[in-house]
Design a protein around this ligand. Structure first.
Ligand code: ZN
Length: 301
């Protein structure tokens, strides 16, 4: 009996981190609270509009209140090979929903489904990333801003593969040099949060069925320039937290004191329940002046 109660107590203790905030935090007041929503895949089907509105309301009902939203891409259901009418409808739905259901500032990065790769439309001014960039009022698909003493770097993960037929996760030379310069010109004491759609580093790709003697990882599932990016971050220890989505599952990898957080999906399994063991949800993150943070994944349905 005694042993049983010890185990029970241990169980209770072990449960604490799961229901509370994660580690890497201090006792001070946060300087900023943000919600990280990713992989919304919005379209007028599968109950998505009502569930997304519910998610936005859930975010805005948090106490203490959320200061801003980061949307990590795959904003609309899918543009890749769709007709202009279909993508117009998806973006109009997003516009209408954000206007009527959300009063918080939102910063976006692009996902692979926010790109128009319909070959018939190549001559069109909206081809590639131009349509989404225009809709989100961006000038470039990657950018940075400063808020509450933190620098936020929004990356553009999705680029055509070497044979120009499909996408892979990478920054490309121009964006990588921009990122190098961005970190070099940031005060070394200013903490940095990076958001990309495709994870820079994740362990989720090791979850595979039927592995015989090797894992197969696709260049579209994780950044292919991880080694370069990680070396760059190592030279800038003020890079603290990297957010991503894309895989619709949640994990956290800490490497060289940088936390790489792949934060599930608002749409779960494309509006069809859970993706494996990860339920539809969003990340709730408190940032502190000393570069620490607390975070947890919130199931809103
Ligand atoms: Zn994606």
């Amino acid at each position: 009996m005694e042993r049983r109660s010890v185990i029970k107590n241990l169980g209770g203790l072990l449960l604490l981190p799961a229901v509370g905030f994660g580690a890497n935090s201090n006792a001070a007041t946060p300087v900023l609270r943000l919600a990280h929503i990713t992989d919304v895949h919005l379209k007028n089907d599968l109950g998505a509009p009502a569930k997304f509105s519910k998610c936005l309301h859930h975010v805005q009902q948090q106490s203490p209140r959320v200061d801003m939203i980061l949307n990590g891409g795959d904003v609309v259901f899918d543009m890749n090979k769709e007709s202009l009418q279909t993508i117009n409808d998806q973006w109009k739905l997003l516009d209408d929903t954000m206007k009527s259901e959300c009063s918080l500032p939102v910063h976006y990065c692009l996902g692979n489904h926010d790109i128009w790769w319909n070959e018939d439309s190549k001559a069109d001014v909206f081809y590639g990333k131009k349509y989404a960039i225009d809709k989100l009022h961006l000038t470039k698909p990657y950018y940075s801003f400063i808020k509450s003493g933190w620098k936020f770097i929004m990356l553009d993960s999705t680029h055509l593969d070497i044979d120009n037929t499909w996408y892979i996760g990478k920054l490309g030379d121009e964006q990588f040099h921009w990122l190098e310069n961005e970190l070099q010109t940031t005060d070394s004491k200013m903490p940095v949060l990076v958001m990309s759609h495709i994870p820079i580093l994740t362990a989720l790709l090791m979850i595979e069925d039927d592995i015989v003697n090797k894992w197969t990882m696709l260049g579209g599932d994780m950044h292919t320039d991880t080694s370069k990016i990680i070396s760059l971050f190592y030279r800038h220890p003020n890079v603290k937290l990297c957010l991503s989505g894309h895989l619709h599952m949640r994990d956290q990898v800490v490497y060289n004191n940088v936390t790489y957080l792949c934060n599930g999906a608002v749409s779960g399994s494309w509006w069809n329940g859970n993706r494996r063991e990860t339920a539809p949800g969003y990340g709730l993150i408190d940032l502190y002046a000393d570069g620490s943070f607390k975070e947890r994944y919130v199931n809103y349905l």
